[in-house]
Design a protein around this ligand. Structure first.
Ligand SMILES: [Zn+2]
Length: 108
């Protein structure tokens, strides 16, 4: 009498489960410039010619802003329509500190 072999599916040994590593959340620090490409939609009714920022009479050189206001726009100080954001004054402080650091970099 020979023992009957059981045909039974056995789980494979050594099956390694992949270590589930949760992606680390990106540490959001400074202000994020909202880059929205485009700016080709010019010519609306009563569209301002030149820099879009209020009270600015400079000609537009970049995305409907002058150099200065384009930087402010990238910094999130003003909207693409040239309007100051609600926390403009608070952001302006950051912006001016940043500007200062840029100047110091150039001089160094
Ligand atoms: Zn301007």
């Amino acid at each position: 009498m020979s023992p009957k072999e059981k045909t039974k599916e056995t789980p494979k040994p050594g099956a390694t489960a992949p270590e589930g590593k949760a992606p680390a959340p990106a540490a959001g620090g400074g202000p994020k410039p909202s880059m929205s490409s485009g700016g080709s939609g010019r010519g609306g009714a009563g569209a301002k010619v030149g820099c879009q920022a209020d009270t600015c009479k400079s000609p537009d050189t970049r995305a409907s802003f002058c150099e200065e206001h384009f930087r402010q726009y990238k910094f999130g100080l003003i909207t693409k329509n040239g309007k100051q954001v609600s926390d403009y004054e608070r952001k302006l402080e950051h912006y001016q500190n940043w500007l200062k650091s840029q100047v110091e970099l150039k001089r160094a």
